[in-house]
Design a protein around this ligand. Structure first.
Ligand code: PEP
Length: 250
């Protein structure tokens, strides 16, 4: 019922020429993929050039962050109005690296989510607990708080206008990964929480991605879980063959 959505977060990797080459490698590998939304999220500096490669490809272009104002004295920031003309359709917001390394909190992330929805960008709102929080038995409390904060006063008319990515921090860029059952448990919890915000009909149609060491060897069993509707892929999205295999396992 829900269309899978798989995003590649290239993080701070790939100079423009390298990013273009990766996109050029990916486009033919994806040319027969019809049933999955694929989103490539290169660094800001490569968005324009990668956007041109993707123009007629059917693949989507995402940013890894954005500011919530249209313009102003915000040194080092990028406004949504600057992203839209480049063909950007999605924005990763509240990634755990933004939260942990750059001090982003739920209030700031909420401003960004609201802005994205208002201008027609699809936020990929990231939530997830640390290892300490999981071992302390407070995963749902933490994820619930991030959802409540990030989604405050967010209104969507279309269930596909917002994506949530569950990314247990202890599984990002580490050798560990959540088991499909562990991931499904939290995804079901997230969907129940989305029901409180948007109602059962909308929440039932919203996409929830899993992220955290998704690789070709585990993508299929993760995405076979009933509430896992795709993946947010870090490391493995930097290799065209691996990313294509992940997309094909949806
Ligand atoms: C991420 O940072 O969003 C991520 C899921 O990274 P990796 O796939 O490398 O664990």
């Amino acid at each position: 019922m829900r269309r899978f959505v798989i995003a590649g977060n290239w993080k701070m990797h790939k100079k423009t020429e390298e990013a273009v080459n990766l996109a050029l490698e990916l486009v033919p590998l994806m040319s027969d993929v019809r049933s999955v939304d694929v989103v490539l999220c290169p660094p800001f500096t490569a968005l324009d050039a990668v956007g041109q490669v993707l123009r007629t490809s059917g693949l989507y272009l995402g940013s890894q962050n954005m500011h919530y104002e249209d313009e102003g004295a915000f040194t080092g920031e990028v406004a949504p109005a600057m992203l839209l003309p480049l063909g950007v359709t999605h924005a990763i917001l509240g990634h755990s690296e933004r939260r942990q390394l750059f001090g982003e909190d739920d209030t700031l992330i909420n401003l960004k989510v609201r802005k994205a929805v208002t201008v027609g960008l699809i936020p990929i709102l990231c939530v997830g607990e640390t290892l300490e929080e999981r071992e302390g038995g407070i995963t749902e409390e933490v994820v619930g708080r991030q959802l409540d904060g990030g989604l405050e006063e967010v209104k969507i008319a279309d269930p596909e206008a917002l994506i949530v990515a569950y990314e247990p921090i202890w599984a990002i860029g580490t050798g560990r990964t959540a088991s499909p059952e562990q991931a499904q448990e939290v995804h079901a919890y997230i969907r129940a929480r989305l029901t409180q915000f948007f109602g059962a009909e909308t929440a039932g149609k919203m996409r929830i991605q899993y992220g955290g060491r998704v690789k070709p060897d585990n993508a299929g069993e993760l995405m076979a879980q009933p509430d896992i509707d795709g993946a947010l892929v870090g490391g493995a999205s930097l290799d065209a063959g691996s990313f294509a295999e992940i997309v094909r396992s949806a």
